[in-house]
Design a protein around this ligand. Structure first.
Ligand code: BTN
Length: 318
């Protein structure tokens, strides 16, 4: 109901009377007042003027479901959105929800995480309300070894969304980093619950340094605010990310990974570079020549031998 009331106050774009609200929402004026109080408690500044009604003055800078859902026209992603002020990691919260059989497309957003994590056991610094820390539950019908494709799909979605909302050009450093001007602005973490040949669910974790100040960032990292020299709306960015994932995931399901691979390659900062890959304890040096239909990176060694790696850390040599 809160969401419905908010929708009408927004739509009015000026004052809307308690009487009109109570008739469109089909509840009493006293009930409207109660919900307005709750919205104020959530951080909405709603003015109430006798004989005029209610007017939305400002919305809170929080990734609240009712904010994200406003104008979100997705088919799968974001139908259910959970919001928390603090979590250990949105991955853990999403994992629990998925085990409790939450729908595909369920999203978990956190304002902060006290044990945010990245790939290979690294930590993900998550200062309160500065970045985007979210996880999406998907239930794809594929075998676990296809999951790296979803990491790249999500990285592409994030790059497209950042471009659309901020105008900033990002690149994908295989397999999961989002770079701006060669500095890390975000990362994707993909975790699975799977049997040998069946994926039960996938959790896509997305971390983006949005309005994070330089002194909170790890070395060689940046934030969108640092790059653009202005604050960025986290709500608009999250909404666009969910739209992009929804769109690309539908294309991926209908037409396969090949249908989005060219775009991923186009944004890759790794391809056509000399690299050293550290993959499963092995060092591989050579020219990164391609990302194949599995989402794997192909490296041509100096011997001419082509190595295919599915995961690893990449160091760009020149
Ligand atoms: C990486 O670059 O290694 C991936 C970073 C992923 C961070 C996000 S923040 C939301 C979600 N929750 C986590 O604990 N990690 C991911």
């Amino acid at each position: 109901m809160k969401q419905k009331i908010l929708k009408h106050i927004r739509k009015a774009n000026a004052y809307i009377s308690g009487e009109d609200l109570s008739s469109v929402c089909d509840i009493s004026r006293a009930a409207i007042w109660k919900h307005i109080q709750e919205l104020r408690h959530d951080g909405y500044d709603i003015e109430a003027v006798p004989n005029l009604g209610y007017r939305l003055v400002s919305s809170p800078d929080k990734l609240l479901p009712e904010e994200i859902k406003f104008g979100l026209d997705t088919k799968i992603v974001g139908k259910n959105i959970y919001h928390y002020d603090v979590v250990s990691s949105s991955m853990d919260t999403a994992f629990k929800l998925a085990l409790e059989s939450s729908d595909e497309g369920t999203v978990v957003c956190a304002e902060s995480q006290h044990a945010g994590r990245g790939r290979l056991g690294r930590s993900w610094v998550s200062p309160k309300s500065k970045g985007i820390y979210l996880s999406v539950i998907l239930r794809p019908h594929f075998s676990p070894n296809e999951a790296p494709r979803l990491t790249l799909l999500t990285a592409l979605a994030v790059c497209e969304a950042i471009k659309k909302i901020t105008g900033i050009d990002c690149q994908i450093k295989w397999p999961n980093d989002i770079l701006v001007n060669e500095k890390k602005v975000g990362g994707i973490l993909t975790e699975l619950n799977a049997e040998m040949d069946r994926t039960k669910f996938v959790i896509l974790g997305i971390g983006i340094n949005v309005n994070t100040k330089k002194n909170f960032l790890p070395a060689r990292a940046t934030s969108l605010k640092e790059e653009k020299s202005e604050a960025i709306s986290r709500i608009e960015l999250v909404r666009e990310i969910l739209r992009q994932i929804d769109h690309l995931y539908l294309v991926f399901q209908k037409e396969g990974f090949a249908a989005i691979l060219e775009k991923i390659k186009h944004l890759s900062s790794t391809l056509n570079k000399r690299v050293k890959a550290i993959s499963q304890g092995k060092e591989i040096e050579g020219q990164a020549t391609d990302i194949d239909k599995d989402g794997a990176l192909l490296i041509r060694k100096d011997s001419g031998f082509l190595e295919k790696i599915y995961t690893g850390d990449i160091i760009r040599l020149r």
